[in-house]
Design a protein around this ligand. Sequence first.
Ligand code: CUA
Length: 323
Amino acid sequence: MLTLLNICLTRRLLQSMLNPSSEQADRIARLFNYFNVAAGGMVLLVSGLTLYICIRFRSKKTTRHIPEQTKGNNKVEALMITVPGILLAFFFYQTVSVMHSVAPEPDHFPPPDVIITGHQFWWEVRYSAAGVTSANEIHLPAGKRVLLELKSADVIHDWWVPALRNKMDLIPGKINHLWLNINKADTYAGVCSEFCGAQHAWMRMNVMATDSTSYRHWLQEEAATALHPADSLSAKGSVIFAAKTCGGCHNISGTASTGQVGPDLTHFASREKMLGGIMPVTEENIYRWLSHPQEIKPGSKMPNFIFSNDTLKALSHYLGQLK
Ligand code: CUA
């Protein structure tokens, strides 16, 4: 229980609405607070009046007759129309202006900084201008306005990073957009929040916001082709990877593997987590995953190849050094 609490309190995993961290999140949070103040005031007013009436007009032992009855009060009625009318107009204006400032202009989009495609059950992240493709970890520059293009390869998914606020659906055959101006460099946890199948709960992502120099540096590193096998075991792994047709689904830049079905593995080992957040990227975990994928993530598109121990060792060693 304590461990769970510890994990939840670790900022990296905390998906909190109470910590708005983008320009868009700030605006939405301010509107939300206006609503809270108005609703709180209303609750206090109604419960206060109810309490007052209960005490002031309670039945007394001396007076058993029905109290004096009144009908209609123009002043009170005028007040009851004017006050809600003003509140309604205020919130209508605020809501529309926040929607306008948060949502992208529908007519002319500049080319998106990042194209995010939802898959069952992982996030494809493509930086077209830099020729970079990654998965599940979305690196973005902090303090800069970026445009996200969101689409789906199969069913409806939903982008939601609570600290960055606005959600956006990823819909097959439709392209949606999202502006983000992240306030400060940090890691923000997010999830798919539209039920999309058996492993919907393990379709997590991390938005990693860094200063623009680190961001450019990261893009350069990611744009490079994959590292060559550093030792004989990983060389054996790379040969097996090609021979067992892993490249039919996965891309490793600089090799003959150019598949586009599963996550790009060019710099796979530079990511923190694998399988949409299930486990850290380590050789042992890759070994476990390759030996029984459908037990670890049932319903994912990864087939069980029934590899021998030696094959698994070589493959996981090769994949584990793809930094
Ligand atoms: Cu993708 Cu739920």
